[in-house]
Design a protein around this ligand. Structure first.
Ligand code: ATP
Ligand code: MG
Length: 501
């Protein structure tokens, strides 16, 4: 402690205690890795390798190796400093950094020794923070590595003409998961099991840029295996999502671009495609806004309180592109995993989200209406009234009216119809549709059942006759039950002569 001017005191933080506390600011393994990869992408890397080894000889390590622009000795020293740059500093549009902290905070959340080796202009430089040294001396002591020390590090030989190697050693968080090597392997496997899809999603626009995006692809590998992009909008796959119009919100410091996509209906997707899009959860849970900062995903699958998750909007995903120039307004956190849009943005975003969710509902509503009122002689009608929707049996349907002859007073039938309408198993239908949509199907109608029903329909539509009008016949054949059953026409022709139109 220094006593400076009178009435003032320079009070430096305890290096040991501060570093130790900063380890727990809330990084997960995957968000820590993403923070290191951010730096590689900002440095213009085209190949990024995440490698880990539990080798007893070199000691367990995890490394991120890139072929980006690298750092000079002075730049590397500065990069190792906490707060190497100010969040107030204006940066390039493609720079994913903001706080000058990520490299250090993300690394220490996972390990006790961080070594960075970088090559720029042919010069190889190495620097190392060892938490145990800092703790022992309670000083911010950065180790400057000499050539021999650098040469002794794993993977150094793989640094290309330019690039950077970030090395995590003393993986104490991993040790805590199990003493035995097998346990550590299992734990690491489980962590990568989560990290791989996380990185595939977070960096999908770098791994697989859209045509015309102006960027070339980044190859991201984990232990040699390529990470395939996970595009939540199904933009590049087939079938492709429907892109809505691009909307631009003009803010003081830059523009926010908003575009909604309606995913293809699940019946058009393979099981694997659905699984990928569900992202370990469900379409219902992953609908909503996907907020990107300089094309890197910050938060996805949330409506940020602007709409509610609903079954009818589960195919709707909205891409929100925020430039780094709006960082201060958006309060991006150090881990780049949370955003809070400012009130001005929320008020502009709200009507857009309302419009988008409204249009997402339309295909379903239309589908419902068409099924009810549309072709043929539908048995159900969909009634929308004062914001509520119900399904009623069509009282005018020939099958129903035919029962209401002189011997069947309407009121005899009415209790049954009302009971059926009032007891549609909505809860169970809803849960089946959300959890297992492909398994749910209409009751199957065998050939004999089809004949039986056709006879009843024909008798109801054209009673006591040996013929049926062409238009009545067509209308009958288009009815939901008979449409898609080619044999229905022959059955009808056997029952009635179809009058020529
Ligand atoms: N792989 C790399 N290649 C080249 N330079 C790097 C690399 N990693 C880090 N740097 C340099 O080190 C600096 C500090 O990185 P750090 O992640 O700590 O902060 P930041 O990226 O500036 O901001 P943030 O805290 O938001 O991540 C970067 O600004 C960059 O100049
Ligand atoms: Mg960074």
């Amino acid at each position: 402690m220094n006593s400076d001017n009178k009435g003032e005191l320079t009070l430096r933080p305890s290096a040991a205690r501060l570093l130790e506390s900063m380890r727990d600011i809330g990084y997960s393994f995957e968000s820590a890795l993403a923070d290191i990869i951010d730096n590689s992408i900002s440095a213009g890397a085209k190949t990024i390798d995440v490698v880990n080894d539990l080798d007893e000889e070199t000691g367990p390590f995890l490394a991120v190796l890139d072929d980006g622009r690298g750092m000079s000795p002075a730049e590397l020293t500065s990069a190792m400093q906490h707060g190497s740059r100010s969040p107030l500093e204006v940066r390039d549009a493609g720079d994913l950094g903001r706080f000058g902290l990520g490299l250090k905070t993300a690394s220490f959340s996972q390990c006790r020794r961080l070594t960075v080796v970088s090559r720029q202009g042919g010069q190889l430089t190495g620097r190392c923070w060892d938490l145990d040294l800092v703790k022992a001396r309670d000083e911010w002591i950065l180790k400057l590595l000499d050539d021999d020390q650098i040469a002794g590090l794993p993977l150094v030989g793989r640094i290309g003409p330019q690039g950077t190697l970030v090395l995590w050693q003393k993986l104490d968080r991993l040790d805590a998961l199990g003493e035995e090597p097998d346990q550590a392997y299992a734990a690491l496997n489980a962590m990568f099991g989560i990290a791989r899809p996380h990185l595939a999603l977070t960096f999908h626009r770098f791994i697989a840029p859209e045509p015309g995006d102006g960027t070339s692809a980044v190859a991201l590998r984990i232990n040699g295996a390529m990470v395939q992009a996970l595009d939540p909008f199904c933009r590049l796959a087939s079938p492709r999502s429907d892109a809505h119009a691009l909307e631009t919100l003009r803010m003081g410091q830059g523009n926010i671009e908003v575009q909604a996509f309606t995913l293809p209906h699940h019946q058009r997707l393979s099981i694997d495609q659905i699984k990928a899009l569900e992202m370990g959860s469900s379409l219902m849970e992953t609908q909503g806004l996907y907020v990107y900062r300089a094309k890197r995903l910050i938060a996805g699958g949330t409506w940020l309180g602007l709409a509610r998750r609903a079954e009818l909007t589960k195919l709707l995903r909205v891409r929100v592109d925020v430039p780094t120039s709006l960082d201060a307004d958006w309060s991006v956190d150090v881990r780049k995993s949370r955003v809070r849009p400012p009130a001005a943005v929320r008020s502009k975003l709200r009507p857009l989200v309302e419009k988008m969710t409204e249009s997402a509902r339309r295909p379903y509503t239309y589908r419902g209406t068409r099924q009810a009122a549309g072709p043929g002689l539908p048995l159900w009608s969909r009634v929308e009234e004062r914001g509520r929707i119900r399904y009623e049996l069509a009282r005018s349907h020939p099958l129903i009216t035919s029962l209401q002859g002189p011997d069947h007073a309407p009121r005899d039938l009415e209790p049954l119809l009302l009971a059926v309408e009032a007891s549609i198993p909505l809860d169970s239908l809803f849960s089946d549709i959300s959890s297992n949509p492909r398994a749910l199907a209409q009751a199957e109608l065998e050939a004999s059942g089809l004949e039986f029903l056709m006879a009843a329909f024909v008798e109801a539509v054209a009673p006591n006759s040996d013929s049926i009008s062409a238009s009545a016949a067509e209308s009958l054949l288009q009815t939901h039950i008979f449409a898609g059953r080619p044999e229905a026409r022959q059955i009808l022709q056997r029952l009635r002569r179809i009058e020529s139109a």
